[in-house]
Design a protein around this ligand. Structure first.
Ligand code: GTP
Ligand code: SPV
Ligand code: MN
Length: 588
């Protein structure tokens, strides 16, 4: 399929190491996809679902020990430990390669090695980059076909001499003790062994489009971020675009596909989804930041997705979708998950493959990190700019985390550098998207803690430097949909009602609305958040817009500790200055 010697050599070396029985090149053709689906069904790797209700949809169950990203086994391999920084696990490239190769040696014996040429971004656009993933998993091939642009045109775009990101994936024995996801930023290479779970094995996604791309972006002057991208059409037809960074399982897919409340729809507001997880961002000739979504599908959290919370995501999963670790409803051969509806199937199989009765069982049927892999083109609100080669210009960047207290519903930074500070101090409660305890508050700067391919202090510096290159920068905001009463109940309705906050943000970008200056930045006046059609008290709204100086003084102290004791060095002076201002403002 190609004369590119570097590609041929990579495939040859991978095969020499893993010794598959057979090598199959993925050309992206429908016949090949059908044949692979049929083969996966025949071996039990996938279950073909009801083709009338869910055409071209399949169900897959991962191993019970392999259900989420493994941050403790995700490694950045650079010559110097200090260059990986305090947020990453480090190994030297020599050690990393040796470990992965020793684990993978001979492990494809009796199996087929698939070669997947793929593009992150529209093939041939200035934004896009090509990757080649070799894998012994049909599940990976079929997911990559949905999540990226796969096929011969990617090899053609590469030509005889083009460079690409090398991805080696081998399932090996799905052995937790020998599971590693290793990145070699200097070589544009990724090795993944002993896993079959999405974020660990769909190497175009977090491994390439964030960890490797963030490293490349710093060198080349652009940014790779864990951000959704959405467009809002105003009643007068004008469009504004925003990108938002929330940690894993904190609401990106939901916000990206938001359906505005009736009152806004009637007025003529529409939301269009450009991306739900990753943004590649460059400075345009007009001095603004322009963003593209390098992906081609959604690898979304299933639980909680329903007709009310996210009808667009649900609609996107009705065709050509792979479901992973959800409930198999045996009555009609469809799928179910917690929060889909109030009618769990009685005659079903849970995510572990055990018989399950949704009416009587006291265990969850779907894994909390169960996922759907759905083609972006299925999404009813997909943006007409989805396939744009230039991307969309950003009016706002929004940061946000899961914070039960302290952080208000929304605030705006004073300027770009202060906005970078706001991103750098993000904390959020952990979720089921990664293995480990859930609900633990941790620092997650720019929602990128698990995804920065180099030193976090240098990453902050890169953000500050990018600000110097944009003459018309987006305004930077922070939101928190997750404020709680004492314990449990959320104080803000969220989901579609987040439009009410989004509207304020967009109005701020056009200087159409006032704001209150506080110790942390500009906060909305309650009267300016449009509550029309919502049964919600202004007092509650005021309570979640409040900036409690005593709490923020404590927060500032905690941030200082994080800067000093965790990140230690390489923090730009501009961020220290913002921290001093925060401390001073809280003491006043
Ligand atoms: P990743 O794909 O892991 O990066 O996650 P994500 O950021 O796209 O998160 P997603 O939109 O899938 O939401 C994850 C969880 O947060 C789901 O259980 C949602 O129901 C919940 N959620 C999303 N938006 C809101 C909101 O506005 N309010 C509340 N309370 N929960 C929300
Ligand atoms: C996340 O965890 O942020 C995800 C899912 O989007 S994964 O692809 O597993 O990283
Ligand atoms: Mn994500």
């Amino acid at each position: 399929m190609t004369n590119n010697q570097k590609v041929l050599q990579f495939v040859e070396e991978s095969a020499a190491l893993a010794t598959p029985d057979k090598i199959v090149w993925i050309d992206g053709s429908q016949e090949q996809i059908e044949a692979l689906r049929a083969e996966a069904v025949s071996t039990g790797e996938m279950i073909k679902l009801n083709q009338e209700l869910l055409p071209d949809c399949y169900l897959h169950r991962t191993a019970v020990n392999d259900v989420a990203r493994v941050e403790a086994r995700t490694v950045i391999c650079l010559p110097k430990e200090e260059d990986a920084g305090p947020t990453n696990i480090w190994k030297s490239p020599e050690e990393g390669y040796e470990m992965c190769k020793n684990i993978a040696r001979g492990k494809m014996k009796g199996r087929t090695m698939y070669v997947i040429p793929y593009s992150m971004g529209v093939v041939g656009s200035a934004f896009s980059k090509i990757g080649i993933e070799v894998t012994d998993s049909i599940y990976v091939v079929l997911n990559m076909v949905i999540m990226t642009r796969v096929g011969k045109e990617c090899l053609d775009a590469l030509g005889e001499n083009g460079d690409f990101v090398k991805g080696f994936h081998a399932k090996c024995d799905i052995d937790e003790e020998n599971r590693w996801i290793m990145h070699f930023p200097q070589d544009n290479a990724i090795w993944s062994v002993n896993s079959g779970y999405g974020g660990n094995v769909l190497l175009g996604k977090k491994c390439f489009a964030l960890r490797i791309a963030s490293y490349l972006g710093r060198q080349e002057g652009w940014m790779a971020e864990h951000m959704l991208i959405l467009g809002v059409k105003r009643p007068n037809g004008e469009k504004q675009y925003v990108a938002a960074a929330f940690p894993s399982a904190c609401g990106k897919t939901n916000l990206a596909m938001l359906i505005p409340p009736k009152h806004f729809r009637d007025a003529g507001y529409e939301v269009e989804c450009v991306g739900d997880d990753i943004a590649w961002i460059r400075v345009g000739e007009d001095g603004r930041l322009w963003a593209v979504n390098p992906e081609n599908g959604f690898f979304g959290v299933a639980p909680g997705t329903n007709q009310k919370s996210n009808p667009n995501a649900l609609a996107a999963t009705r065709q050509g979708t792979i479901f992973t670790n959800v409930v198999h409803n045996l009555d009609n051969n469809t799928v179910w998950w917690e929060g889909l509806d109030k009618n769990p199937p009685e005659h079903a199989v849970d995510w572990k493959g055990n018989p399950w009765n949704g009416k009587t069982s006291d265990v969850k049927g779907a894994h909390p990190n169960s996922r759907f892999t759905a083609p972006a083109k299925n999404c009813p609100c997909i943006s007409p700019e989805f396939n744009s080669k230039t991307g969309v210009p950003l009016s706002a960047i929004i940061f946000g985390g899961r914070r039960a207290s302290t952080t208000p519903l929304c605030y705006q930074s004073r300027d770009w550098n202060h906005g970078v500070f706001v991103g750098s101090i993000m904390s959020s409660e952990t979720t089921a998207a990664a293995t480990g305890a859930v609900g633990v508050l941790r620092h997650d700067p720019m929602a990128m803690k698990p995804f920065i391919g180099y030193h976090v202090g240098d990453y902050f510096r890169h953000w500050i430097d990018m600000g110097k290159k944009v003459t018309n920068p987006p305004k930077i905001f922070n939101v928190n949909w997750f404020r709680q009463y004492e314990k449990g109940e959320f104080l803000w309705p969220g989901f579609g009602d987040n439009m009410r906050v989004l509207k304020w943000i967009l109005d701020r970008c056009e200087d159409k609305v006032d704001a209150k200056e506080t110790a942390i930045g500009y906060v909305p006046y309650a009267k300016d958040i449009d509550l029309t059609g919502l049964d919600y008290s202004v007092e509650t709204l005021e309570s979640i817009l409040e900036v409690d100086k005593a709490k923020w003084a404590k927060e500032a102290e905690e941030i200082e500790g994080y800067y000093k004791n965790t990140i230690k060095d390489r923090i730009p002076k501009e961020l220290w200055d913002s921290l001093e201002t925060l401390k001073k403002n809280c003491a006043e």
